[in-house]
Design a protein. Structure first.
Length: 269
């Protein structure tokens, strides 16, 4: 049938591909993670397969939609402007670079921050194949934004990203220093953000600092509650961690976390 359109959901290259009629009605979708085509209208089955064929890889399961879970129903009821899942790593920094201050030094710092968030975000997004879910630029009233929220078999992690600028980074109990720059209060901030996330999700959230492109990272022995991540080692470190969440729990927490209203509670002191 002519006129069928393929429309993506979520971030580019991820999420579902929906097949819609010219009037916008969905007649099927391709779930790239599950490698499954769900057909909503059998009379359009062959046309759906034909229009999706360029996007398929490997052996694809075809059938009616699976029975929706509670998290599926919550996601389907979520307005697009309340859904955090499409956010790209460094989403807010992209807007700041386009409309923010014109000063060369300020823009240089923004670009460094953006590059670090994008690199770390790509590493965390790659964990989806291992059963993890990642959100980026999660707003916290009164605190700013969580750079990355990671939910997976090893638990929930609230991640703040710091550009290492090819210098030594030293992580202490209260402050983090990169090279000879002024110490930053990132350890204190990420603990507060993790406490906020723990209250919002009603689940334990571990604070994490991701240091990107540092020449080396030194962590004080007293820093035991914050996970230190780096892009080259994040995947093996996290996938080797003990399992604490099952797949249905991961999906339920992800459905809750992607809803902006989840994060509208009072800021913890």
């Amino acid at each position: 049938m002519r006129g069928l359109k393929v429309l993506p959901s979520g971030r580019p290259g991820r999420g579902r591909l929906y097949v819609n009629l010219p009037d916008g009605q969905a007649v099927g979708w391709y779930d790239r993670q599950a490698n499954r085509i769900s057909v909503l209208a059998d009379d359009h089955r062959e046309a759906i397969l034909a229009v999706l064929r360029p996007y398929l890889s490997g052996t694809v399961a075809i059938g009616p939609p699976p029975v929706p879970t509670a998290s599926d129903l919550r996601r389907l009821a979520l307005p697009p402007d309340a859904d955090l899942a499409p956010n790209r790593p460094g989403e807010t920094l992209l807007g700041e670079l386009e409309h923010g201050p014109a000063g060369t030094r300020a823009r240089h710092r923004l670009r460094q921050d953006l590059t670090a968030q994008q690199r770390m975000g790509d590493s965390l997004d790659a964990l989806e194949a291992e059963g993890w879910r990642a959100l980026h630029c999660v707003p916290l009233p009164g605190l700013g934004r969580i750079d990355h929220l990671l939910i997976g078999p090893a638990g929930v992690f609230c991640v703040r990203t710091i550009p290492g600028r090819r210098q030594r980074a030293v992580v202490g109990d209260l402050l983090l220093t990169v090279g000879r720059t002024e110490p930053r209060p990132d350890p204190r901030w990420i603990r507060r953000a993790a406490a906020f996330a723990t209250a919002a999700l009603a689940a334990k959230v571990t604070p994490a600092l991701a240091v990107v492109d540092a020449s080396r990272v030194e962590t004080a022995p007293t820093v035991r509650d914050i996970r230190i991540l780096q892009p080259p080692t994040a995947t093996p470190t996290l996938t080797a961690s003990p399992t604490t969440l099952k797949p249905p729990e991961i999906e339920a927490l992800f459905a809750q976390a992607r809803d902006t209203t989840t994060w509208l509670g009072p800021t913890p002191t």
